[in-house]
Structure formats: C-alpha cells, structure tokens
Design a protein around this ligand. Structure first.
Ligand code: AHR
Length: 331
C-alpha cells in the first residue's frame, strides 16, 4: 500500500513538473525578446550620430535586444559583423550598406540561415532582391534634385552673377565613394546641371568622405586652385559644408555671401551656420529611422506583409527660415 501511495505521489509530482515546464516554454515563446543584429557604418557625421541614437533608442522603446556593431567605415567589418550575427543566430539583421555593391554573398548566407535582413538608410544593389525583406531610408537622388531646384531658383530670383566669366562656377564636395548617398546626390544634382549647362560650370568635384575635417581640407585645396572664381559650393552633407566654411573664412572670404553654400542633411550645426549668415540652404535627409525599423522588424517576424521600400519624409530649409525652424529640430 505504502509503495502504491509513493508511486502515485511520484507520478503526480512528475505531472506537476512537466505541466509547469510546458507553461513556461509557451510563455517564453510568446514573449521571446527579439534579438536584432545591427551593423552601423561608423560615426563620420552629426547625421550619423543622430541615426545611431535613433536606432538604439527605438530598440529600447520596442523591447528589442540590439546587438550593435560599428564598422569604422569599412565594408569588410560590416561583412564580418553580419557573419557574426548569423553565427549567434539573431532573429533579424539590419544594416546600413556603406557602399552599394559587394553584398550578395553575405546576404545569401543570411538567407540560407533563414534570418531576414532589413536595409537601412543607404541603398544597395544585389542580383536577387529576395536577399532582403525591406529597405528603410531616404531617396538620395531626390535630395540631389531638390538641392539643384533650390539653387536654380535662388540664383534666378536673386539675379546672382558670376564673379568671373559668364557661367556660375561650382565646386562640389562628394560623400563616400561608391555610397548611394554620393551616387544618388551626384545624379539628382548632376541632371539639373546638365540641363542648365549654359548657366553653370563645375570647376572641381572631389570626395570629402562625409567628414568635417576632410571637407575643410578639400575646400582649402579648391580655394588654392580657384580662389575668387568659386561662386557656389554644393556639399553632399552638412558636415563637409561646415568644414568648408572654416576653410573659406581662413581664406579671408565670407561663406554664404562670397560663396553660396548649399548642403544636405539638416543637422543643427548647419542651422546655426545659416542663422549666422554663413550658409544658404540645407536639404533634409532624415536620420530618425529607428522607430520605423523596429516596427518593420516586428511585423516581419510576425509574418506580416511589409513594404519592400519605404522612404522617410524630408524638407528643404533655406537660410531665411533657419531661425524659426531651429527650435523644432530634433537632430
Ligand atoms: O547616408 C546618409 C549620409 O551619410 C548623410 O548625408 C551623411 O551625413 C552621412 O554620413
């Protein structure tokens, strides 16, 4: 009898333990925290810092475990990071492609491991579009177009005349070679220039790698070569424009007056420069992509359909609205 009671108790205990375990596993599955591997390209600009902060904050707000990796401006580091995310078995991978090409192999590895990939900020070119589930970013070509449209209207409305000759002379500071941000902006702005070749002349166009320091150095060399001939500077980002402003002032010229300064991003630094009369216009490139990224990741993992490409909203801010708009700027 005692043996029988002991057996019944043992079986009952086993059932209770098994029951508890089952309930826990179910809960753990349902509430399982999403693990996202995110490869950022670096910290080259004020814009990039805002982009990183947006992603980190949005992950926190969404309860997503973010594995963040900084590639220090090297594609090979991004590829290594993506491979390490695959090895860790993260639920989803997101990354900013530093350049457009060279991603097919590593994205195929992610696909084979059944890990969905979301592209953030910059675009890429792969042979098979199913290697990523969605792209969230900005339309860089449109930004270049908007920059040219603003410039063309500004010089017409203000009857801007060249310092020398019969065409307005431009210098251009380009972004990272091979990046969508540089390629798209070159195309959008370049189409406008090509259609108005009787009015504009490009003296020089060179990369400033999206950094303030390089922007300053390259502008110094432009000034050495062309000096007073330069009427307009178009910089692919605000940081390079801010570096160039220092070079122009050091050369004894007035940025924003002697040279029209036009750039892309819309960071607080350029708003301050516009308020001080040292820059003329910025075309917005919105870095606050974190919330949309987290929302998209959750939908993808829940098996919901998402848009393949989503571009965030962007405006154009000339100097005359800078003071009014500055207090509302979030980055
Ligand atoms: O990809 C977006 C560009 O990269 C921003 O214009 C620039 O500031 C950044 O570094």
């Amino acid at each position: 009898m005692r043996k029988l009671i002991a057996l019944v108790l043992a079986v009952a205990m086993m059932l209770v333990v098994a029951g508890c375990g089952g309930a826990d596993e179910k809960k753990a599955d349902g509430d399982k925290q999403i693990k996202m591997g995110f490869s950022q390209i670096g910290a080259e600009s004020e814009w990039r810092t805002a982009n990183t902060e947006s992603v980190k904050q949005a992950a926190k707000d969404a309860g997503i475990d973010l594995q963040f990796s900084d590639a220090q401006q090297k594609q090979e580091n991004q590829i290594k990071a993506i491979r390490s995310f695959i090895a860790q078995g993260v639920d989803i991978i997101a990354f900013v492609p530093i350049v457009e090409t060279g991603w097919d192999t590593v994205l195929k590895e992610a696909k084979d491991a059944k890990i969905p990939v979301i592209i953030v900020d910059r675009d890429l070119k792969v042979e098979d579009d199913s290697l990523y589930v969605a792209k969230i970013g900005t339309n860089m070509e449109t930004e270049g177009q908007k920059a040219f449209e603003w410039l063309n209207k500004y010089v017409t409305d203000n009857n801007v005349k060249p310092h020398e000759g019969d065409k307005l002379n431009l210098v251009i500071l380009e972004g990272t070679v091979g990046s969508t941000a540089a390629l798209g902006r070159t195309k959008g702005f370049g189409d406008g220039l090509a259609a108005n070749a009787d009015k504009y002349n490009v003296l020089a166009s060179q990369t400033g790698e999206f950094t303030r320091q390089k922007g300053q150095e390259v502008m110094e060399s432009f000034l050495k070569s062309y000096g007073n001939k330069i009427d307009i500077l178009f910089a692919h980002n605000d940081d390079m424009a801010l570096g160039a402003i220092q070079a122009i002032e050091a050369a004894g010229m007035k940025p924003g007056k002697d040279i029209i300064i036009l750039s892309i991003d819309g960071v607080k630094g350029i708003f301050q420069a516009m308020i001080e009369g040292k820059a003329n216009c910025t075309v917005e490139c919105n870095p606050l992509q974190g919330p949309l990224l987290m929302e998209t990741a959750k939908k993808v993992l829940a098996g919901e359909k998402v848009d393949k490409v989503v571009y965030v909203e962007e405006g154009v801010f000339p100097a005359d609205v800078a003071e009014k708009v500055m207090p509302e700027r979030k980055y």
